[in-house]
Each structure stands twice: as structure tokens, then as C-alpha cells.
Design a binder for this molecule. Sequence first.
Ligand code: KDO
Length: 334
Amino acid sequence: MFDPTLSRRALLGAAAAALVPASHMAHAAKTQLLRISTPAVADDWHAKMWTVFKEQLDKQAPGQFEVQINLNGSLFKQGAEAVALARGNLELASISAFDIAKVVPAFSLFTAGYMLRDPAHLMAVMGGPIGADLYKEVSAKMDITVLSPLYLGTRQLNLRQKREVKTPADLKGVKLRMPSTKEWLLLGNALGATATPLAFGEVYLGLKTGTIDAQDNPLPTTKSAKFYEVTQQITLTNHLVDSLFIVVSNKLWQGLPAQEQQRLKSAAQAAALYNNTQRMADEKNLLAFFESQGLRVTTPDVAAFRTAVHNAYAGSELAKQWPAGLAERVAAVR
Ligand code: KDO
């Protein structure tokens, strides 16, 4: 229906816009859009960290950046972010070692089970000279710049039904959901299960309906994505100290003045620190929560899993692509 008040307001708005001084228009045009895409659910720490990122930028450079946070893979689906960044269709994302390994084979070392000891080891490796060298290769080959590594958590098995799981042999025939790349499938099979590819957004329903028997994720994600509602057991395999990398498109990065680069980097580091702190605290406390929800928490023979996984990787095509001595250098980092 025709609303005279609205139309008068609209006309006044248009008139006011026409009177905006040119200097202000120039300022408005300078605002840099930062599109972020992540498959993470709103409640997970690596989704919430982007608000920390945004708040820090808004404080340090008011009006300079427009930060647009897209969750649940709503802008780009899981795994598609790196290509979108390289093409300049996306400015920022948190991508995994698995995503990077598709283009930089050395990175697949960090997709291997039982390679990193704990979050401190991960951050020391990725924040030190090994990380710095690899990031140069990432920038050259993928057209993205790593602003900060972060800790996604230590991956644990989460089963739809209760089951005795002591060694990898006990997972024979278990359809263990993994993301779809060959590096992920290798990990799932190395654990003794039948790795079954499925996107993150479909895991809840897959567990509910029984198209898959299990999934593996760090405990904070098993909570935030509510997988505990449709599963009965958590088995503490600790098989992967998992990482993500906050990355920015070189199309944006290389055109930014040094001060703005510094602001983005510092906001990314603040976001990563927030994520890491919250996540590690959660990992200490969540088992009690899962038990209160009726899940059984079990401890398998981790040494048996470690040996089987190491053997599986030792004979793999993937390991042939690891630069000589890199695994030893990683292990020596304290
Ligand atoms: C997953 O699909 O299991 C995974 O944990 C893989 C990670 O690399 C990362 O993509 C993560 O999902 C998403 O960020 C959702 O938490």
C-alpha cells in the first residue's frame, strides 16, 4: 500500500545523499569489504573468534573495514575457500592443513595421525622457522598469506553406538565419516575403519539416520555441532592434533599499506589466541558434560593406534612427498 510518510522520508534521504560532501563520499568508498567464509557452526570457537577479529579492527581502524562473517559454509562450501581466495572472490578464511596439502604436498605431514604431540607442539612448529618456510611456499603457490595458525583441537572418535574399541582391529567395518579429500580418507582408513566421505554439514543427519557409524572431531566441535545428541560413545584416540590457518587473499594483502597489513595480522592473532584459549579449556572440561548426556567415554590402547597409523603412513604415497628430514625436524621441536 502507498505510504506517504515513507515516501517523503525516502525522498528526503535521497536529497540528503545528494548533498554529502565529496570528501565524505571518498571516505565511504575506501571502506574495504572483508568477506569471511567458514563451515563452522555459530557456537564453535573458530566461528566466535571472527567476532574478536572484527571488534579489534573496528576499534583500531573505525570505518576502515566492513567485516562480513559467513558461517555454516553459507558463502563457500567446506574446502572451496582456498580457490575463492586465490581468485579474489573471498578475502579471509580459516583453512586446514588438508586444504593446503592439495597444493603444497609437504603440508600433508600435518594431516598425518600422531605426528604432533599436543597444542604447544603444534603452535611451536607453526609459529617457528618450519612454519615460516612453508608459508612462503603457500603464498607463492596458492596466492594466499597465512596470518596465523590456530589450534582446532585434538580429534577423537565419536560412535553412534556403544562398541568395544581397544585397537584398530575393533573398528573393522565401521563407517567412519571423514571430509572428502584423499588425505582425510587415508587417516580414517589408517585408524582401522572404513573411511566414508561426507561434508561437515551433513554429519549430524548421517549419524542420526545411520548412514555413517562414527565421526571424528575435537571435543569442542562434537559439542557445538551437537553430535553428542546422536551418538553414544566417545573413544579417546587423540589421533590428530588438528590445526587451521587464518589466511588472507594476496589480491587484497599485496595492495594494502604496511600499517593495514599489521592491523589485519594483529587482529588475526588476537582471534587465534582467543580460539586456542577457549578450546583448550573446553577440552579439559567437556568429558563430564558428555557423560552427563549419557555418552560412554572410553580409553583405547593408544599405542596400538599410534603404531598402526604410523605404519599406514610409512607405506603411503603421501609420505613419499614429505621433504627429507622434515618429520624429524618437526619431532625435534620442543
Ligand atoms: C570436519 O569436517 O570434520 C572439520 O573438523 C575439518 C576441519 O578441517 C574444518 O574444516 C572443520 O570441519 C570446520 O571448520 C567445521 O568445524
